[in-house]
Design a protein. Sequence first.
Length: 139
Amino acid sequence: MRIENTNRTSNVGRSGSAGRTGSGVDFVPAGADAPARAAGTAPVAATAGIDAILALQAVGGPLEGKKKAVRRGQSLLDTLDEIKADLLVGRVSLDRLDQLSGMLGEMRERSLPGLDAVLDEIDLRVRVELAKFGRFPPG
């Protein structure tokens, strides 16, 4: 690139265009007769595509719901095993009963009708055990 005009910038502090002259080209790239035009801006539709991709990633895959249900079911069964062991010893932990009651409330939202009947029976048993300790969870 080559700079054609070597004038000093002594007019830096002046305002307005009264002191400017229109003669001469200040900067021209070497090998080009006319200044190149600036490229246009990118279309807005390209960013809409990125938003759609991010939204799809947030939804998750088709197996995501099944994996979550399996994890919740395993957690419920583990808690039931711990309560069963507590019952065999003769002492049931109130914390485990409260935890199980909360888990049952979450699971019933997205379960199958046949599974709801089993969860209702478990919930009734948990409420009976909590009532033995004088605790009555809202239901």
